[in-house]
Design a protein around this ligand. Structure first.
Ligand code: BG6
Length: 464
C-alpha cells in the first residue's frame, strides 16, 4: 500500500445526521415509512448534523485520511420542481470544509437511500422521471461542491435498496412486486449513467464510480446444476449492477430469462445507449459476506431477513433459480451474516478480472450489540474481523488487483436501518442515551496503528 491509499471510514446521511426536519429539509421516504409504522427511526441518529466537526477531527486523530459520506437529497432539493435549499448546500460546504481542514479526503455518495417523499408520492423509483430528477440533483452537487470533491459515487448499493424495497418488502416502499423491482432497477441504473454523463459533460475534476453491495457467489459443489444456480445468483446479487455500471450492459441471459415471464418494454433503446456510453471510472465494493448457493429444489420464493438479531431467521430461496445455504463450518453474527474474509479476496480478484477497473472497498465491518457505558469498548472481535479482511485485500493486491482504498463501516455508531441503533458498527462508540457522548473503541486505536504502518502491521496469512 502506498501513501496514496485511502484509509477511511464511512457513514450515510440518514443513518447519522439526525436533524430530520431542520433547516428546511424535506421529508424523506424513510422519515415517512418509519414514522407511519411507528418504528425506531433516525430523527436524531448520531446527531452528526451538529457534531460533524468533532467526528471529522476524531477521524484525523485516528490516523484516517478519507471520509466516505452521503448527501441527503431532501436536504438539498426542496421540491419536485428542483428548487435548491441553500441551507442544505451550506451544511455540506461546512462539512467539506471540515474535511479539508483536517486533511481528510472526502469520498462522496450522491444517493444513499433517502429519496424525498415528494418523489416517493409520484411512484418513487418505478417512475422514470425520478431518474431524471436524480440527474438534476447530481448536477447541483457537482456545480456546488465540485471544487471540494475528487471522488464521487452516484449510488450506494442499488441492489440492496431496490430488492429490499420492491421485492422483499422490508424497506420502504415495502412492496413485493417483481415487475416493479425490474423497473426500479432499470431506472436506478439509468439514473447512475445520467449522473456519470453530467459529470463528464461538466468537466469536473476527479473521478466518478458506483458502490455495490458485493456478495461474491460460491457453490456447494462443482456440478453443472450448481454452476447454473451460481449464475442465477450472481445475476441477481451482482451482475445487473456491476456489468451495467462498468461495461454498460445488463447481463443478456438475465434479460432473456426475465423477458420470458415479464414485460420488459420499459427498456428503451435511447436509454440503453446512455448506459452503454457512460460507464464508471472505478467501482466501490461494500463487503460483508458472500452468497453460498445450491440448485433450487422446491417451494415458493422465500426472502426472509433477520432484523431482530436472533440467529437463524434469515432465508433466501428464489423459485427456479437458486437457494442460499449456510456453511456449517462458518461463524455467523447474531444477524446471520457469515464471517468469511476469503470471499473478499476471491471477489476482488473476480471483479478485477471481469472489469479491469480500480476498486475501493467502500464498506466493511461487523455489527454487534455492545455496552458503550464502559470507559472503552474492547472490541477485539472487530479488530480481528478488520485484520482478516484487510489481509484478504492485501492478498488480492499481491495477485495484482488495483485496490485504492478501504473504508471501515462505520466511522462511529449510527442508526442501522431496520435494526435500529442496537446493532453497532462504529470505530467510535456513541452513547445514544447519554448526550451522544463519543468514545473511541479499541478498534479505533488499532486501526490508527495499521494506517501508520501502511498495512505492515496486519497479521498476514494465505486464504485457501
Ligand atoms: C450496507 C449499507 O448495506 O450495509 C449501510 O450501505 C448499512 O447503509 C450496512 O448500514 C450494514 O447493514 P445493516 O443493515 O446491518 O445496517
Amino acid at each position: 500500500m502506498d501513501e496514496k491509499f485511502l484509509w477511511g471510514s464511512a457513514t450515510a446521511s440518514y443513518q447519522c445526521e439526525g436533524a430530520w426536519n431542520v433547516d428546511v429539509k424535506a421529508e424523506s421516504m424513510w422519515d415517512r415509512y418509519l414514522h407511519e409504522n411507528d418504528l425506531e427511526n433516525g430523527d436524531v441518529a448520531s446527531d452528526h448534523y451538529h457534531r460533524f466537526e468533532e467526528d471529522i477531527r476524531m477521524m484525523k486523530e485516528g490516523g484516517q485520511n478519507s471520509y466516505r459520506f452521503s448527501l441527503s437529497w431532501p436536504r438539498i432539493i426542496k421540491n419536485k420542481e428542483g428548487d435548491i435549499n441553500e441551507k442544505g448546500i451550506k451544511f455540506y460546504h461546512r462539512l467539506l470544509d471540515a474535511c479539508h481542514k483536517y486533511d481528510i479526503e472526502p469520498f462522496v455518495t450522491i444517493y444513499h437511500w433517502d429519496l424525498p417523499q415528494y418523489w416517493e408520492d409520484e411512484g418513487g423509483w418505478v417512475n422514470p422521471q425520478v431518474a431524471y430528477a436524480f440527474e438534476h440533483l447530481a448536477k447541483v452537487c457537482f456545480e456546488h461542491f465540485g471544487e471540494k470533491v475528487q471522488n464521487w459515487t452516484t449510488f450506494n448499493e442499488p441492489k440492496w435498496f431496490i430488492v429490499n424495497g420492491y421485492f422483499i418488502g422490508n424497506y420502504p416502499p415495502g412492496l413485493q412486486d417483481v415487475q416493479k423491482t425490474m423497473i426500479g432497477a432499470y431506472n436506478v441504473m439509468l439514473a447512475s449513467a445520467l449522473g456519470v454523463r453530467a459529470f463528464r459533460a461538466g468537466n469536473y475534476q476527479g473521478q466518478i464510480g458506483i458502490v455495490h453491495s458485493y456478495t461474491p457467489v460460491n457453490g456447494i459443489d462443482d456440478t453443472i446444476e450448481t454452476k447454473i444456480a451460481m449464475r442465477y445468483a450472481d445475476n441477481y446479487c451482482n451482475n445487473w449492477i456491476l456489468d451495467t455500471a462498468a461495461l454498460g450492459e445488463f447481463p443478456i441471459d438475465l434479460v432473456a430469462k426475465l423477458a420470458q415471464d415479464y414485460d420488459i418494454s420499459f427498456m428503451k433503446t435511447e436509454e440503453l445507449k446512455i448506459m452503454k456510453e457512460n460507464t464508471v471510472d472505478f467501482i466501490g465494493l461494500n463487503y460483508y459476506a458472500r452468497t453460498l448457493v445450491k440448485p433450487y429444489t422446491e417451494g415458493e420464493t422465500q426472502l426472509v431477513f433477520n432484523h431482530s438479531g436472533k440467529k437463524g431467521e434469515s432465508k433466501v430461496v428464489i423459485k427456479d433459480w437458486f437457494e442460499q445455504v449456510k456453511d456449517p463450518n462458518s461463524e455467523f453474527t447474531e444477524w446471520d451474516t457469515e464471517i468469511y474474509p476469503k470471499g473478499l479476496q476471491d471477489g476482488l480478484i473476480e471483479a478485477w478480472i471481469r472489469y479491469q477497473l480500480p476498486i475501493y472497498v467502500t464498506e466493511n465491518g461487523v455489527g454487534v450489540r455492545e455496552d458503550v457505558t464502559v470507559a472503552q469498548v474492547n472490541d477485539d472481535y472487530r479488530i480481528s474481523f478488520m485484520n482478516d479482511h484487510i489481509n484478504a485485500i492485501m492478498n488480492a493486491m499481491d495477485y495484482g488487483v488495483d485496490v485504492r482504498g478501504y473504508y471501515a463501516w462505520a466511522s462511529f455508531d449510527l442508526y442501522s436501518w431496520k435494526n435500529g441503533v442496537e446493532k453497532r458498527y462504529g470505530l467510535v462508540a456513541v452513547d445514544f442515551k447519554k448526550d451522544q457522548i463519543r468514545k473511541p473503541k479499541a478498534s479505533y486505536h488499532w486501526y490508527k496503528e495499521i494506517i501508520e504502518s501502511q498495512g505492515k502491521k496486519i497479521q498476514r496469512r494465505a486464504l485457501d
